[in-house]
Design a protein around this ligand. Structure first.
Ligand SMILES: Nc1ncnc2c1ncn2[C@@H]1O[C@H](COP(=O)(O)OP(=O)(O)O)[C@@H](O)[C@H]1O
Ligand SMILES: [Mg+2]
Length: 225
């Protein structure tokens, strides 16, 4: 078993005026390759802060974070960008799609950043949209799609660089429970392919479907792993 993500006494404090907000206050855990881990906890408990740190979108105030055994704090911006773009796919609650672009173009964007030629970009993006069940909606813009369909586009986009880790921050939070269930199934399929999934949710039923879970409260782990 191989540890893909490791946190060692990680803290993330925000200074706002004279106050210090301890969003994460000494978090340690390991995530094994191929896990499907739920992160649960009330609003404001530090879940998104944690995800942003794993996703190299933010840096900790103190502590050590390792991805595939490599310490993020030792890396320069270019190395961090490589991890962010090649190893990790991010899915957000509010989809974060580019509103003026079609589903196909949204999925093609990360491939463009990687310098993949147009024909290959298009073929890859089409295959990914087929994979998430949206083969018949490629030309639609986000405003012409339902919430569940938008989230499928966002998942296809997250898969475009074939990441081994997928971070999903309340991906079903804006969806009704039936649609949320279908999106959960998609993540389960991605986990069956061997990808490590970290899945933030408020929903206990969905949380129970994950193979392991961590509960956090006020920036500390109170249960799990
Ligand atoms: N950029 C920021 N500046 C100051 N405080 C923040 C910032 N981001 C989050 N926080 C605070 O940190 C705590 C944890 O936030 P967050 O990680 O977003 O929680 P969750 O995702 O569990 O709802 C909250 O108290 C929040 O108000
Ligand atoms: Mg959050």
């Amino acid at each position: 078993m191989c540890i893909v993500i490791s946190f060692e006494d990680v803290r993330r404090y925000y200074v706002v005026g004279e106050n210090v907000i301890k969003a994460l206050d000494g978090i340690s855990f390991d995530i094994i390759s191929g896990s499907f881990l739920a992160i649960m906890g009330p609003s404001g408990s530090g879940k998104s802060t944690l995800m942003n740190l794993i996703g190299c979108l933010d840096t900790p105030t103190s502590g050590v974070i390792r991805i595939d055994g490599e310490t993020l704090g030792d890396m320069g911006e270019d190395e961090l960008a490589l991890i962010r773009n090649r190893k990790i796919g991010f899915v957000f609650q509010n989809f974060n799609l580019l509103p003026k672009l079609s589903a196909l173009d949204n999925v093609m964007v990360p491939l463009l950043y990687r310098g993949i030629p147009l024909k290959e970009r298009k073929e890859k993006a089409e295959a990914l949209l087929e994979k998430v069940g949206l083969g018949d909606r490629m030309k639609h813009r986000p405003t012409e799609l339902s919430g569940g369909q938008k989230q499928r586009v966002a998942i296809a986009r997250a898969l475009s660089n074939n990441p081994s880790i997928i971070l999903a921050d309340e991906p079903t939070g804006a969806l009704d429970s039936k649609t949320g269930d279908q999106i959960m199934e998609l993540f389960e399929n991605l986990n069956d392919e061997g990808r490590t999934i970290v899945f933030v949710t408020h929903d206990r039923t969905l949380g129970a479907r994950c193979r392991s879970s961590i509960s956090i409260r006020d920036g500390r782990i109170v249960d799990g792993c």
